[in-house]
Write a protein that binds this ligand. Structure first.
Ligand SMILES: Cc1ncc(COP(=O)(O)O)c(C=O)c1O
Length: 389
């Protein structure tokens, strides 16, 4: 039993989900691997492990193994795409490159995009989504100019679980010679992720969000996509991502992709039912509203986002934790502190945000226990604000 789910009702799978047993086995089997770039036979065995994992990832994402680059996680994969594509464009163009992204992207996309713009390396347009958190593809396409080199729109939002129609952007952007990047970190566990169908040039994944270990991710980079590396060194992975391959992490990532893709259709149905049970279980509480898309097809099966009136983030987080329910106020904040959510702000939500996110280990008992705790905790915390002793 995973340590993070053993001690509590764990509903923070969007922050990290426990590794699947087969991924854990692969990690341990290849923790002690030779350097995959060494020419001796132990090195070549490690190289075979890496290349097999690359093929597993490619099969799961329906792309070519040559398009799979292993990174340290989603943050690096996003940074590589955003900075790498802009810097490559700067090299070959006179005009300052233009980038389009959205106000609800993860900081792993928004922060490098803003950093590049602040340095004068690009100009930036940030598209605001609708009140449910979805990005209208036509508003993105209307913002394209002759100088646009990159559009980055996430496949699914980490807080609201809002799903975007990335495939609607692929063909029109390709026709205009604009690269399309998508952050599919949150989508991978429960949605069909198809590089070819979506027509993306770059994509970011993070293994610990779909049953692999922390510390490994994938950047899918279309063959021939002009891109500058973030780090220069030994030239591993097409020269885009230098550094010794972490054979154990990479092997576990490959196995986790295969397992996630095989389990996904059943998991998505099971989590949809459980997440609706959770949301329905608190729907009649005063001052509690479910956020995100009303249309289930536009919402991740794994996410329930609530806005709660009359309670503070700190009090709610502490009370839930004390009652053994692990959940997040909005997203898991990098500093560990509770902070205002930029996603909640972008879509105009009021009240205290609470993200309850489900994953492959979630059971019906977890949900029923969480409903009991929420039904007890929320009115109790609201009571002083209403003047009730
Ligand atoms: C949408 C999204 N993108 C990127 C990341 C960053 O991934 P990693 O933790 O692997 O760096 C996260 C993690 O929360 C995420 O939810």
């Amino acid at each position: 039993m995973s340590t993070i789910v053993a001690m509590q009702t764990y509903l923070d799978h969007a922050a990290t989900t426990p590794p699947r047993p087969e991924a854990r086995d692969a990690l341990l089997a290849w923790l002690e691997a030779a350097n995959a770039s060494s020419t001796h036979s132990a090195g070549q065995r490690a190289r075979t492990v890496v290349e097999e994992a690359r093929e597993q990832v490619a099969a799961g994402l329906r792309c070519s193994p040559h398009e799979v680059v292993f990174t340290s996680g989603g943050t690096e994969a996003d940074n590589l795409a955003v900075k790498g594509i802009v810097w490559a464009a700067r090299e070959r163009r006179a005009a300052v490159p233009h980038v389009i992204t959205t106000a609800v992207e993860h900081p792993a996309v928004l922060a490098p995009a803003r950093w590049l713009a602040d340095r004068g390396d690009c100009t930036l347009t940030v598209i605001v989504p609708d009140t449910e958190g979805c990005v209208d593809p036509s508003s993105v396409l209307e913002a394209v100019t002759d100088d646009t080199v990159l559009v980055s729109v996430m496949a699914a939002n980490n807080e609201l679980g809002a799903v975007n129609d990335v495939a609607a952007l692929g063909d029109p952007l390709r026709a205009r010679g604009v690269a399309l990047h998508t952050d599919a970190v949150q989508a991978m566990a429960t949605r069909d992720v198809d590089v070819g169908d979506w027509g993306v040039d770059a994509m970011a994944l993070s293994a610990h969000k779909f049953g692999g270990p922390q510390g490994v991710g994938v950047a899918v980079l279309r063959r021939g996509l002009p891109i500058e590396p973030l780090a220069h060194g030994g030239g591993q992975d097409r020269g885009v991502r230098s550094g010794t391959f972490a054979a154990g992490l990479v092997a576990a990532c490959g196995v986790a992709v295969t397992a996630a893709v095989a389990d996904r259709p059943v998991l998505a149905v099971r989590l949809r039912e459980l997440s609706d049970r959770l949301a329905d279980g608190v729907a009649d509480l005063d001052g509690v509203r479910r956020d995100g898309p009303r249309d289930p097809a536009a919402r991740l099966a794994s996410h329930v986002h609530l806005s709660i009136q009359g309670v503070s983030t700190e009090a709610l987080t502490l009370a839930l934790d004390g009652a053994g329910v692990a959940a997040s106020p909005g997203a898991a904040c990098g500093s560990g502190a509770a902070s205002a959510s930029s996603v909640a702000e972008a879509v105009g939500l009021t009240g205290t945000p609470l993200r309850l996110s489900l994953g492959w280990t979630t059971t019906r008992d977890d949900i029923d226990r969480a409903v009991d705790v929420l039904r007890d905790t929320i009115p109790r915390l609201q009571a002083p604000e209403r003047g009730v002793a």
